[in-house]
Design a protein around this ligand. Structure first.
Ligand SMILES: [Zn+2]
Length: 149
């Protein structure tokens, strides 16, 4: 079937409108000149990258749960997400960050401890004595647009 596949791809190449999915047994055409059809979207490089990043993130978060703040990847998705939430208002309680990120209490606390050690955030207390964190270099001009309302 390899030669048939090669033929199909050669035919498709002569017609710029049509591309055949690169998966061997698949004969479906693809959209917008992509290399894979909608059934094989997981082969697209950016989807693979995304799946890998999500899997890496899960592993990283589990490692942070087990090993604490030293295991934090400051360039990882979770650290980035926490900072993104903090940029929306400068300050958040730990409870709110937990809800917003849907992360386990221990995991998020370990991330926050590390970010605090790095000097990125500072721990504080709200008037109701809840732990909150504040972005050290909070710049309101970087406020996300949907948060301006
Ligand atoms: Zn396919």
């Amino acid at each position: 079937m390899r030669s048939l596949k090669a033929l199909q791809m050669a035919v498709a190449a002569t017609n710029k409108e049509v591309t055949i999915c690169r998966v061997d047994q698949c004969q479906q055409t693809t959209r917008e000149g992509k290399s894979f059809c909608t059934d094989h979207i997981e082969f697209q490089p950016y989807i693979r990258d995304l799946i890998k990043r999500m899997a890496d993130r899960k592993l990283e978060d589990e490692q942070v749960r087990r090993e604490g703040s030293k295991a934090v990847n400051l360039d990882g998705i979770t650290a980035g997400e926490i900072l993104l939430h903090l940029r929306q208002g400068g300050t958040r309680t730990e409870e709110r960050l937990e809800r917003e990120t849907r992360l386990d209490k221990v995991i998020i606390h370990n991330y926050l401890v590390r970010l605090s050690m790095e000097g990125t955030i500072k721990f504080g207390r709200t008037s109701r004595n809840n732990t909150c964190v504040r972005l050290v270099n909070y710049d309101p001009s970087q406020l996300l647009e949907e948060d301006n309302g």
